[in-house]
Ligand binder design. Sequence first.
Ligand SMILES: [Zn+2]
Ligand SMILES: [Zn+2]
Length: 328
Amino acid sequence: MKAAVYYGLDDFRIEERPLPRIGEYEVLVKVRACGVCGTDVHKAVHHTVEDGTILGHEVAGDIIETGREVTKFETGEKVVVPHHTPCFACSYCHHDHHTLCDQYTKTNIDPGGFSEVIRVPQPNVERAMLSFDHIDYEDAAFVEPLACCIHAWDRLVVFPGDTVLIVGAGPIGLLHLELAKTRQTEVLVADIKASRLQQVEKRGGIPLQAREITGLEADIVVVAAGTTNAYELALSSVKKGGQISFFAECPPDSQIALDPNVVYSKELTFTGSYSSTPRGHWKALNLIESGVLDVKQLISHRFGLEDLGRAIKMASRAEDCLKIMIKP
Ligand SMILES: [Zn+2]
Ligand SMILES: [Zn+2]
């Protein structure tokens, strides 16, 4: 099978790899669509993964082989494949921090989704993988990024009528916009790029030029851009008693200045939100399958494996692109 292998931002290579061998409780999936995620871009740009890594984790595909003991799924089924799965039994899991579970990042798909075929480990098959029917592979590949956004919203306290500021109008910011609308909130979306703000208006949000914001008072701020400027904007735009969702990953060793008296006197709440949970995947698939959320319009480009490097660079510049789908 072919895979797009990372050796540097300017060096993705198509390599021939042996087909993964599955155990009795595992399945083999032919990848049909895998979205390029901001975290793939982050890993490639900041070289936080080793040479030879195969990235990609927003996977939808077909089961082409099942282990002897697999009872939940059959060959031929279309599935959304979660790349990690918690144990549901540890202290983190019991505190609803499933993404912090020690088992979580150890249960990885093999290799990443930017390859023709992947092996799905037993915990993922048994506790998190979902089959689908009425939507296409591209829509299904949005389940993981949408589930990440849902995880952030599950950690916020939201009242209808609240004012929500989303910082960042990329594909993730726009997914947050869609979720904010389902919660009957007033949604403002800030970005520094005018081209991205056009999408906000089309989708029923209020676009704001990030550099020009002053005196805003939002009940909830969701940071969907991985820069310290974005977090500083959140801190200066949150209302007394408000909440900030720390959603986007910044470059390593980033720092923001924080006056503890502001948090104290304004009674601010900060919620961190990392990755997605099986419950989030289930909710995300429901929202997409039922047509509550139209994700198709968020796709701006489609590439094969051979153009992964180009796709990641395009996403890193965040110019004239939204979601990029890789179709192995
Ligand atoms: Zn992702
Ligand atoms: Zn656990």
